[in-house]
Design a protein around this ligand. Structure first.
Ligand SMILES: [Zn+2]
Length: 259
């Protein structure tokens, strides 16, 4: 049983064939799927998706405000705080949240990003829900805020920053995600030297598109076994063992009970 710890199931790219994507996931033994949100609208859509598909598929939800939303649609913050408070029993994660220094207005609206992320951190602590974190070119800044609030439950999705900061992240006990980019990027493959398998997650970040074996196709849960095989190769472990460890990681961080 495989894990997709970060996907945007609400995305319109899945509108035509969402059911098929979920069925293909199951056919490939990808059973635990965590769909994250980026703003108020995507959160509402994710909640609808949960209602429709939940009995048949093991979908779990993250609600949160993405740094992009924090910059360009700051009015969503108040609504998201209310929504998370209302649905804290329904969700297992606060995400996708974090900081980003790459957007052209990132520095100009840095205080908006920090305000939104700090609010999300506070909700994470209040409701005991792990953070699902976006940290592009801002992992150090993210780490500083996590330490400020003494956050224990955090997952760095698709980490792409420097290896020194990654070591600090791992030392804090936070989790780190690998996407299909692991199949092709030598730089990302190097991260496996410093992240213990017991702190690894697999994720598609669908519908993001990937080069290499995926041939620019949309990332989906069905690709998780490819990532697992690559992880097994890089860590020199059995595929079976890797699968079990990552499933246990998911269960440990998100405190899930299942058979
Ligand atoms: Zn994402």
């Amino acid at each position: 049983m495989y894990v997709d710890a970060h996907i945007h199931l609400y995305d319109e790219e899945f509108d035509e064939d969402r059911e098929e994507v979920l069925q293909n996931a199951l056919n490939n033994d990808v059973e635990l799927i965590l769909s994250v949100s980026e703003d108020y609208e995507s959160s509402i859509k994710n909640l609808d998706i949960l209602r429709i598909y939940r009995p048949r598929y093991k979908i779990y939800l993250g609600l949160g405000i993405h740094p992009y939303t924090a910059i360009y649609n700051p009015g969503d913050l108040t609504k998201m705080v209310e929504l998370i408070s209302q649905y804290h029993d329904t969700i297992i994660s606060i995400g996708e949240v974090g900081l980003d220094r790459k957007y052209s207005d990132a520095d100009k609206y840095w205080d908006r990003q920090v305000e939104a992320f700090e609010k999300m951190i506070q909700l994470s602590i209040e409701y005991f829900k792990p953070l699902n974190i976006h940290s592009r070119r801002a992992a150090k800044d993210v780490l500083t805020l996590l330490r400020k609030y003494d956050v224990r439950l955090a997952y760095f999705h698709w980490y792409t920053d420097d290896i020194e900061t990654l070591k600090e992240i791992v030392d804090e006990g936070y989790y780190v995600g690998f996407t299909p980019a692991l199949l092709t990027s030598k730089r990302i493959q190097k991260y496996t030297d410093v992240v213990p398998l017991t702190q690894v997650f697999t994720e598609s970040d669908g519908p993001v598109r990937y080069y290499g074996p995926l041939n620019k196709s949309r990332g989906e849960p069905k690709h998780i076994p490819l990532i697992i095989n690559k992880i097994a190769e890089l860590y020199e472990e059995d595929v079976e063992e890797v699968t079990i460890v990552i499933r246990e990681n998911f269960k440990r961080l998100f405190r899930l009970q299942y058979g």
